[in-house]
Design a protein around this ligand. Structure first.
Ligand SMILES: [Fe+2]
Ligand SMILES: [Fe+2]
Length: 226
């Protein structure tokens, strides 16, 4: 193994052409060489350092673009949850259980963005971070109060994210990229469905409670101990 290369990696394109002709005359006699020629012609390693070496044909530009969009959605969600945390941690609102819950959600969504970034890098795509919308500052609602309003908003966001993950999965399916589909299903969609169930239960409890201060306080305490 000279120069860190095994012998078949040193086959030049000119010699490769001659080998192809040779194999076409004697296809069954040298199957190993045929495999090498096939691999080298169908999957040439990029010459240019600006191109990814690991990128495979199934990983279309549409997959790369859709992954960048999903990274942006996760960051936007993380930003909204961070704003909710800041609202419920205020001294004149102070519901520490709800604040801690939204901080956990914020970090979880940030984790999803990072997971998608690392997947993009793994597949040889380029991570292109886009701008994040500034979230609202206040979460109080005249009839619902702040806790129910915030959890209903959270449920809508989680359902929207589920739609976007399914759309991302569709893009991977159109490219016949089984690995990307498997990544979305295993790493993101399974947890997304669990999140929707969890937030739905909180909405269910808060719908009973309504805008009653003492009941919201009990809900918050229960969340703090969970
Ligand atoms: Fe997420
Ligand atoms: Fe989530």
């Amino acid at each position: 193994m000279a120069n860190g290369k095994i012998w078949w990696q040193k086959i030049s394109p000119r010699f490769l052409g001659k080998l192809t002709i040779l194999i076409s005359y004697f296809p069954s006699t040298i199957p190993q060489l045929q495999t090498i020629v096939e691999a080298k012609t169908q999957h040439p390693v990029a010459d240019n350092r600006s191109d990814s070496f690991s990128r495979t044909p199934h990983f279309h530009v549409e997959c790369e673009g859709a992954l960048n969009e999903q990274i942006n959605i996760e960051y936007n969600m993380s930003y909204i949850y961070h704003a909710m945390y800041a609202y419920f941690a205020r001294d004149n609102v102070y519901l520490p259980g709800i604040a801690a819950h939204f901080l956990k959600e914020c970090l979880e969504e940030r984790g999803h963005a990072e997971l998608l970034m690392n997947y993009q890098i793994k597949r040889g795509g380029r991570v292109e971070l886009q701008s994040i919308m500034p979230p609202q500052v206040d979460y109080d609602h005249p009839e619902k109060g702040d806790a129910l309003y915030a959890f209903e908003l959270s449920l809508s966001l989680e359902k929207l994210n589920n739609d976007r993950l399914i759309a991302l999965h569709r893009v991977a399916g159109e490219a016949d990229d089984a690995n990307m589909q498997d990544f979305i299903e295993g790493e993101l969609l399974a947890d997304q469905v669990k999140s929707i169930e969890e937030v739905s239960r909180f909405v269910g409890q808060l719908r009973r409670v309504g805008n009653k201060g003492d009941a919201v306080w009990h809900f918050d305490q229960a969340l703090l101990k969970a």
